[in-house]
Ligand binder design. Structure first.
Ligand code: NAD
Ligand code: DAU
Length: 347
């Protein structure tokens, strides 16, 4: 199997690469990543010298480069994770999301199908997407694979569009594809712009913890290594042309999650109880903020026998432990660009 993984230097992609490189020594695994602010080769130190792994620096927005790359390698399978992934950035610069998430995906699809109908039959294009395409839930209900698309942020709209293009290439050109839509991931190596690593870093730096609005927004949290395992199962056992929802059965209101995180950080840092919680600051809400996400993950459980393997307590402990033991990783990503983003976003 010649497998191309896009976005493999990012948060989820690096966990997928680590899992696949060690589990499948006979696969040739190529990691295509542009190394944007979110891409970090330090995430892959553990496997970078393995014989079945190669890194290719390149941009999925570059149509000519992508088309040549596919001609050269004739990949059997693609797991497509490369994307602009942060909702707040999409509100400030939607065009960047259209370019990478929509045009970039289209470039990959065009290059993938260029091998011709006969060869295409035995290949698979696996597109990694998000539950945000479904919009928002009220106080009750769950997103299923049949929930209508109703994206609210520019990020969600760009991911919804990319999902539609993948499906359209299946219908129109016979491209074999699978899509999975996952809920909020957390874990080691997540860039500190997302809620959990941002708040861990701010507690370490004794900075305010900016909770949007009243904090009564709900997300369904999944440990990143469980998402990587789900991706493995879907690639190998999933049915072509199907969509799978992936989630943690683990809903938390932001403010409750933040308080739990604060109390764990107090313990780990031997701080007086309440020290971290005192940093909580309610700030202006995110525009178009989705009230609640929650995934019905029964299809993947019943059809493919996947379910989350760690509890939220275990996953959160492992995450905090990782950040406390990898302060240099954090220091390296808190650079000038990060500080300028932070300034614009929060001040
Ligand atoms: P991330 O931002 O941590 O990583 C994205 C990676 O893509 C980076 O390594 C970056 O360098 C690379 N990249 C960005 N633009 C590129 C381009 N033009 N060409 C090549 N590479 C490029 O993202 P993540 O959180 O790991 O998310 C990965 C995928 O999973 C995304 O498609 C995202 O929509 C999806 N997803 C994320 C979550 C989550 O909670 N993080 C949940 C569900 C789905
Ligand atoms: O649901 C899947 C999605 O989860 C992925 O597709 C996205 O790539 C990923 O970024 C994530 O999106 P969210 O917007 O839910 O994640 P974020 O960590 O940005 O925010 C989680 C919640 O916390 C959300 O309700 C907004 C809130 N929040 C976030 C930040 C960064 C705050 O209250 N303050 C903050 O500073």
């Amino acid at each position: 199997m010649k497998l191309l993984i896009t976005g493999g230097a990012g948060f989820i992609g690096s966990h997928v690469i680590k899992l696949f490189v060690l589990k499948y020594p006979n696969y040739k695994i190529y990691n295509l990543d542009a190394l944007t602010y979110a891409g970090n080769l330090e995430n892959l130190k553990a496997i970078e010298t393995q014989a079945n792994y190669s890194f290719i620096k390149g941009d999925i927005n570059n149509e000519v480069f992508i088309s040549k790359l596919f001609l050269k390698h004739d990949f059997d399978a693609v797991i497509h994770l490369a994307a602009e992934s942060h909702v707040d950035r999409s509100i400030k610069d939607p065009l960047a999301f259209v370019k990478t998430n929509i045009i970039g995906t289209l470039n990959l699809l065009n290059a993938f199908k260029s091998c011709g109908e006969n060869r295409l039959k035995n290949k698979i294009f696996y597109h990694i997407s998000t539950d945000e395409v479904y919009g928002t839930l009220g106080e009750t209900g769950l997103f299923t694979e049949n929930t209508a698309y109703d994206p609210n942020s520019p990020y969600a709209a760009s991911k919804a569009s990319s999902d539609h293009f993948v499906r359209a290439f299946g219908e129109t050109y016979g491209v074999p594809y699978i899509i999975s839509n996952c809920s909020n991931n957390y874990g080691p190596n997540q860039f500190p712009e997302k809620l959990i690593p941002l708040f861990i870093n701010n507690i370490l730096e004794k900075k305010p913890l900016p909770v949007y609005g009243d904090g009564n927004y709900t997300r369904d949290w999944l440990f990143v290594k469980d998402h990587a395992k789900a991706i493995d199962v879907v690639l190998h056992k999933g049915k072509t042309g199907e969509t799978y929802n992936i989630g943690g059965w683990n809903e938390w209101k932001n403010i409750d999650l933040v308080k739990l995180l604060c109390s764990k950080m107090d313990d780990k840092l031997h701080l007086k109880k309440g020290t971290s919680e005192n940093l909580i600051t309610y700030v202006k809400d995110r525009p178009g903020h989705d009230l609640r996400y929650a995934i019905d993950a029964s299809k993947i459980k019943e059809a493919l026998d996947w379910k989350p393997s760690v509890t939220f307590e275990e996953g959160l402990d492992e995450t905090i432990h990782w950040y406390l033991n990898n302060e240099q990783w954090l220091k390296n990503v808190i650079n000038k660009d990060y500080l300028s983003y932070y300034e614009k976003q929060y001040n």
